[in-house]
Write a protein that binds this ligand. Structure first.
Ligand SMILES: Cc1cc2nc3c(=O)[nH]c(=O)nc-3n(C[C@H](O)[C@H](O)[C@H](O)COP(=O)(O)O)c2cc1C
Length: 243
């Protein structure tokens, strides 16, 4: 069992985390740690606080586990995982999530000026529906509006359907990262995967039409041979710039 007193600090977790492809089959795996780390993951920043994602837990006891591992192209990180977490985007839930934020602000947020509250309500009541609604030709209209407004003042240009999808995936990926660091801090390892047959897995899990799989994360206690080589990174001076 994992000893919570031995949790790693932030930089220890970041610096020691590796993508591990072979997980220990012998040692006990504490599935409650996955739950705890997912609860931490949903505290991650996310676009407009719409939280358009779900995490589907597939423990080794689930009859889906082997089938999903096969559909992850039989990657060892999936086959040997003690639990898989399927990170699913739910762009389709925008209306109910916007409503939840709207109602929260309307009924709960009291310590804001009236003007601020009005702005927040307008954000969820007007702007989000404009960005997330889907009608034929709507992307073109949004792009034209962004272009027109942008001639006069700074304007967000990412208004197309592809931009919305990217935004939803960004939030799901940030939550995934929090999850993986939480697992490392708790003494476990992970491997994020995008090598899978999304169509078959979506069908198997009966995912709704508006869902997409962002990534699948294999979890367990990593074996040393599950780390494929030293970590390589491009020199930071080529990646980090001052202007
Ligand atoms: C979105 C994403 C998808 C990935 N897909 C796979 C995958 O399908 N199989 C795999 O073995 N590793 C996968 N990886 C892990 C990367 O190969 C790994 O993070 C990278 O090589 C750096 O190694 P490190 O995580 O050990 O630092 C993926 C990572 C990310 C972020």
């Amino acid at each position: 069992m994992i000893d919570s007193k031995k949790e790693l600090g932030f930089f220890e977790a970041v610096e020691s985390r590796r993508s591990v492809r072979i997980f220990d089959q012998e040692e006990d795996f504490d599935h409650s740690v996955v739950q705890r780390c997912l609860e931490a993951a949903i505290l991650s920043p996310n676009s407009s606080n719409l939280q358009l994602y779900e995490f589907i837990r597939v423990p080794e006891s689930s009859h889906f586990k082997d089938q999903i591992a096969q559909l992850c192209m039989r990657q060892k990180a999936a086959v040997t995982a003690r639990e898989l977490v399927v990170v699913v985007t739910r762009r389709d839930l925008w209306k109910s999530r916007a409503e939840a934020n709207y109602n929260y602000i309307k009924t709960t947020v009291q310590n804001q000026s009236e003007k601020k509250q009005k702005q927040a309500l307008s954000y969820y009541g007007n702007l989000i529906p404009k960005l997330y609604s889907r009608y034929p030709g709507w992307t073109l209209i949004k792009k034209l509006i962004a272009w027109w407004v942008g001639l006069r003042r700074p304007m967000v240009r990412e208004v197309s359907e592809t931009d919305v999808r990217i935004s939803v995936h960004k939030s799901a990926a940030l939550a995934s990262m929090t999850f993986m660091l939480g697992m490392k801090a708790s003494g476990y390892d992970t491997c994020p995967m995008e090598g899978y047959d999304s169509k078959r897995i979506s069908k198997l899990l009966n995912l709704s039409k508006g869902s997409e799989i962002c990534m699948i994360i294999g979890c367990g206690k990593g074996l040393p041979e599950g780390v494929y080589g030293e970590r390589f990174r491009i020199a930071s001076k080529k990646l980090i710039y001052d202007v």
